[in-house]
Design a protein. Structure first.
Length: 318
């Protein structure tokens, strides 16, 4: 793909701002905009632009978990964000659910962006609070998550409880850095849809083909893994550490491999295609290859749209 893909990444509230700071420090070539009611938190965030919302409502402080305040604050200022993302092809929105700013503001912002630009691809990354947190935070998260899934084109969900299961002794700050790294890898996977080399004999991917399977698709899996071989990396990429995911019968999938030209074999494409189409009944699968002499072992990026999740279903129904 010759045209440069323009992506805006919006972080809402404390969790969103922390993720933006990580993205900025990593030097990922996306435009970042931090959004919060808390002026102190906003001032220390690393991002290209900052937007303080709800100043007349919260006086520059947090919403103290009041979802309605977050909603009102975003409704009053969302038009400013909409103007800023006008030239972007993809808008990624990140927030932690449970508090007031993320839970109240995230759905409103998607709605306003889609009202002005219905064809713009909107991808949401959300973090679900620990099940031991207050009833109010859990309620906020449920209400917000349901709306976000309905409004976004793709929603990627991470559960704090899954993070605790996998890294029980890790300090919370370091554990969240792992989630930040996960989001960074997802952004790199989307950006990587540029300049992909076609593979003869298969449906080849570019941004347009990805967008076709991503629009209004619901839950998504985005993963990037490296391993000694292509198949091993692919199998690892099918595992979502922070949310139970079932890819069977999904809307579509994108697989692209990075590595040396000698790292990709015909049998790898045959086996990966067979796994996705025959074993998991995914009928639209796009492939691509990105030559890289910098990698010591192959890297596989897997994007699957329209997936199912028992974790998400249980959380919304409990």
């Amino acid at each position: 793909m010759s045209a440069e893909l323009k992506i805006y990444v919006l972080g809402i509230g404390g969790r969103g701002l922390n993720a933006l700071t990580a993205v900025k420090r990593r030097g990922i070539p996306v435009k970042t905009i931090g959004i919060d009611t808390d002026s102190s938190a906003l001032s220390i965030a690393k991002c290209d632009e900052r937007l303080l919302i709800g100043e007349d409502i919260t006086k520059g402080r947090s919403t103290a978990g009041a979802m309605e305040l977050g909603r009102k604050a975003m409704e009053a200022q969302a038009y400013k964000v909409v103007e800023k993302v006008a030239d972007g092809e993809v808008v990624v929105i990140i927030s932690g659910l449970g508090g007031g700013t993320g839970s109240g503001g995230h759905p409103v912002l998607i709605e306003k962006i889609k009202e002005s630009y219905p064809d713009k691809l909107v991808i949401s990354f959300v973090t679900i609070p620990f099940k031991t947190e207050s009833a109010n935070r859990i309620k906020n998260a449920k209400v917000a998550l349901s709306s976000i899934i309905d409004l976004s084109d793709v929603t990627v969900v991470h559960f704090n409880d899954k993070l605790k299961e996998k890294y029980p002794t890790l300090p919370l700050v370091r554990a969240y850095r792992i989630l930040d790294s996960k989001i960074e890898a997802c952004l790199q996977a989307i950006l990587g849809l540029q300049s992909i080399k076609p593979i003869p004999g298969v449906m080849n991917v570019d941004f347009s083909s990805f967008k076709a399977i991503a629009m209004k698709s619901g839950l998504g899996l985005i993963n990037v893994k490296e391993a000694a071989g292509v198949l091993e990396a692919f199998k690892e990429s099918m595992k979502e550490e922070f949310c139970d995911i079932d890819i069977a019968g999904s809307k579509g999938a994108v697989v692209y491999i990075e590595g040396t030209e000698t790292s990709l074999q015909i049998s790898d494409i045959y086996d990966i295609s067979g796994t996705l189409t025959s074993t998991y009944n995914i009928q639209v699968v796009y492939f691509g290859f990105k030559p890289s002499w910098e990698l010591t072992q192959p890297r596989v990026a897997l994007i699957v749209t329209g997936v199912k999740s028992e974790s998400v279903k249980r959380f919304l129904e409990e």
